[in-house]
Design a protein around this ligand. Sequence first.
Ligand SMILES: [Zn+2]
Length: 359
Amino acid sequence: MRARRTYGLHSYQMKTAAAILVELGKPLEIAELEVPALRAGQVLVEIAFAGICHTQLSEARGERGADPFLPHCLGHEATGSVLEIGPGVVKVKTGDQVVLSWIKDTGADIPGSVYRWGERDVNAGAITTFQRHAVVSENRLTPLPQELGMKTAVLLGCALPTGMGAVVNTAAATASESIAIFGAGGVGLCAILGAVAMECAPIVAVDPNPRRRELASAAGATHTIDPTQTDPVAAIAELIPPRADIAIEATGIPSVMAQALDAVRPRGGRAVIIGNARRGEQLVLDPRAFNDGKRLLGCWGGDTVPSRDLPRFADLIATGRVDVQPLLSPPVALRQINEALSDLESGRVGRPFLDLSLA
Ligand SMILES: [Zn+2]
């Protein structure tokens, strides 16, 4: 039993290091936080690896609008080990290795926690991961598929379920269907892996960044298009006449979402929108696309149900049917998080990772 301290309503059990967002548009700060005692349905996890995705970048840069929760913890994709479970938790036990995901699964759905930083409160959602220890809601945890290591499995927290799920679940792709993927960041690369797993052909990746086009080819794209050099919709129409069976949008740019719909064939072509637009942006579409029988689909985390889908996705990786190596850049230490965010912003790295064991 750890010593408990109390401030007002909250009691605290231990200290940990975390990268927290104090002010929009400013670098994250590394802080020593006091970890709150567990409530019913919560789990204390020692984080091993955490992925950094565009959601946290846009949060940190203030692109998601006013943030009433500052200062707060961040991150929604990780792996780790269970240190302690709160009352009523049955899904995991102390010592279990787990995947942490923002996508809700079975188990108690417990809202966020409040950490203590000196004299200040620091807010956290039901899952946060840019820290050595985190209090997580039971329904954001799934047992780690045993065939994957903690480092590879971190992708199961957000990128793979979202990107692969958009192809496998939302678009329900079948073998030999053609597919165009707009955006080859972490999620777009995972959509390419989903297309490989479903044996789609051809697999066309569109991205202005040459490094990301290289990664797309390594992940299994059969063709790549630089949208700054050629109209991607015309290029897709020429490559896959009349157009693609499926398009996946993973950029968050509304004009690209419109291109995704434009890029699918009449009568049954489907476009899936994954990217998060900046707050206040609007999407303009030609409504005749719908009269042509095209379908525009949204998705929530690739419509993934973690306890159902993560073992399937892990099996695809473990058996070598998809190659996640292009996504796995060398992990960095927590103190390097601001460089990692810049690497993500510049496209130098498809998906940066933190190794929380590094000093
Ligand atoms: Zn994410």
